[in-house]
Design a protein around this ligand. Structure first.
Ligand code: UN1
Length: 492
């Protein structure tokens, strides 16, 4: 199998025009997993041009026909799930069971959006004048630029590509440099499913060059971005200056609240899964655990005992619970929060070190870490760490828990464990996040519901579900006057 990968522009697999490449290493072993084009503004321009030329034909292809291609792609993904999951683990580290879940989420989204080929409902409504017909239709936005992260390398691109395509947009897709093979696998699958040339283009490369060129290109009407808050804000500012639409999905500082009456073992499962699953590298990860004082100490003890048992290792090994973090920069960032937490007075209950030992020395492993005595204002309780670190915060009441939950710059996901239905509904009402779980952790959103968050997490858009249709289409209101005479709205 060749380890040289290409861009996909106008239906052709091509290198960067400059010939430049970058390579990606396996974060568990340091082995090379492939080399990819380091694309420049020229490559991006070729991709945007191809997308522009394909736009008319694709827009005029009936949506149920577009859907047939998506259904075929979903079937191919099902067949290749295991192979793609292994590729995914090898390039970004998550354990194989979760990699299968990542591919499954792309399969789910592809089927779901294929179904939209026969929906995309508009409205018909009475007009205010006689002999006049009123309706609204969805129209594509045009050429859209999609910029995606490495932590869900199949799922997140599918959240953007599938709704964009089913609504008749054409796409230029710039994936993360830390998960290029999954992007390749997804695009190749759509090619094989029969997508016409130019409808979906893939350009590999860095955010600062390739991503920036995509944002700057005058023919790109909209940018959809998932990544950090700092980069998202810059994109929003630039898109405002350029008059482009922009949909942003950024960070989280999600909390699980455990009330005194909760089933503690159930809560423990949810916390361990949400804090350390995907090595804590989910926007939805539980990096805070807010525990009511009556059960705080008992819960802390259980959590530490369980956390210490988690096995670190290569995600391809079925015995591994927690894989590596994605790269050296991320490892350094996670490690830097340990002295920050201690310096502010938090107590390190377990973990806190770069992990070394058999099978770990070639990769970027960090011990699953639990802090206690964390005050809501500490940096470890405010900033997105994006690694296997969680912080226990003690509170006295649901009201205080809600205040702590909402007292961060982000609003993606939150969770409450309680057996009291009244407390649960009060929490649902007052937790200021785009997603709320009751008696389940903060991760595990399904593709047919809106995904996204409030405040620093987003800019008002949602992905997935029918909400994605809003992001990737324009409304067109149509009035047909069949009276044969001038009729004046608001006047006659
Ligand atoms: C992300 O962390 O960026 O809800 C996406 C979840 C997954 C998606 C996470 N279905 O945790």
């Amino acid at each position: 199998m060749s380890l040289e990968y290409s861009n996909f522009i106008n239906g052709q697999w091509v290198p960067a025009r400059s010939g430049a490449t970058f390579s990606r290493e396996n974060p568990a072993t340091g082995e090379n997993t492939g080399s990819y084009p380091q694309s420049s503004a020229e490559d991006v321009a070729a991709a945007v041009c191809a997308a522009g030329e394909a736009a008319r034909g694709w827009r005029r292809t009936p949506a149920p026909k577009r859907a047939e291609i998506l259904f075929r792609a979903a079937e191919l993904l099902v067949r290749r799930k295991e192979e793609f999951a292994r590729d995914l683990t090898e390039e970004m580290g998550k354990v194989i069971a979760e990699a299968r879940g990542d591919v499954q989420e792309a399969i789910d989204m592809t089927y779901y959006m294929a179904g939209e080929g026969r929906r995309q409902f508009g409205q018909t409504t009475p007009a205010e004048l006689p002999d006049k017909f009123a309706m609204s239709l969805r129209a594509p936005v045009g050429v859209v630029g999609l910029i995606t992260p490495w932590n869900f390398p199949m799922a997140i691109p599918s959240w953007k590509i599938m709704p964009a395509l089913i609504l008749g947009n054409t796409v230029v897709f710039k994936p993360s440099q830390f998960s290029p093979k999954s992007a390749h696998n997804l695009v190749k699958t759509l090619e094989e499913a029969g997508l016409p040339p130019g409808v979906l283009n893939l350009v590999h490369g860095s955010g600062s060059t390739t991503g920036a060129a995509l944002i700057e290109h005058p023919d790109v009407r909209m940018i959809s971005f998932t990544g950090s808050n700092a980069v998202g804000k810059q994109i929003a500012v630039r898109c405002a200056e350029l008059g482009k639409q922009v949909s942003l999905e950024m960070g989280g500082k999600n909390a699980i609240t455990i009330l005194d009456d909760a089933d503690l073992d159930l809560a423990l499962d949810g916390v361990v899964w949400s804090a350390f699953g995907t090595t804590g590298q989910r926007c939805t990860a539980a990096s805070r655990v807010i525990v009511q004082s009556g059960v705080h100490d008992a819960f802390a003890e259980k959590l530490v005992a369980r956390t210490k048992k988690l096995r670190l290792g290569n995600g391809l090994d079925n015995a591994t619970d927690v894989g590596p973090v994605v790269n050296k920069d991320q490892l350094d960032k996670v490690a830097s929060y340990i002295p920050i937490g201690r310096g502010e007075g938090a107590t390190l209950l377990c973990g806190g070190n770069v992990a070394k030992g058999d099978g770990l020395n070639g990769g970027y492993f960090f011990e699953p870490t639990v802090f206690a005595n964390v005050k809501p204002s500490m940096r470890i309780a405010q900033e997105e760490i994006f690694g296997p670190v969680t912080a226990l915060i003690k509170v006295d009441s649901l009201e205080e828990a809600v205040e702590v939950n909402n007292g961060v710059p982000y609003g993606l996901s939150s969770s409450i464990y309680t057996r009291d239905v009244n407390q649960a509904f009060r929490a649902i009402e007052s937790l200021d996040t785009g997603i709320v779980y009751v008696n389940a952790g903060t991760i595990g959103a399904e593709v047919h519901l809106p995904f996204g968050g409030t405040r620093g997490t987003g800019n008002g858009h949602r992905e997935a579900g029918t909400a994605a249709l809003e992001t990737f289409s324009e409304w067109k209101s149509v009035y047909v006057d069949y009276s044969g005479r001038l009729q004046r709205a608001q006047i006659d």
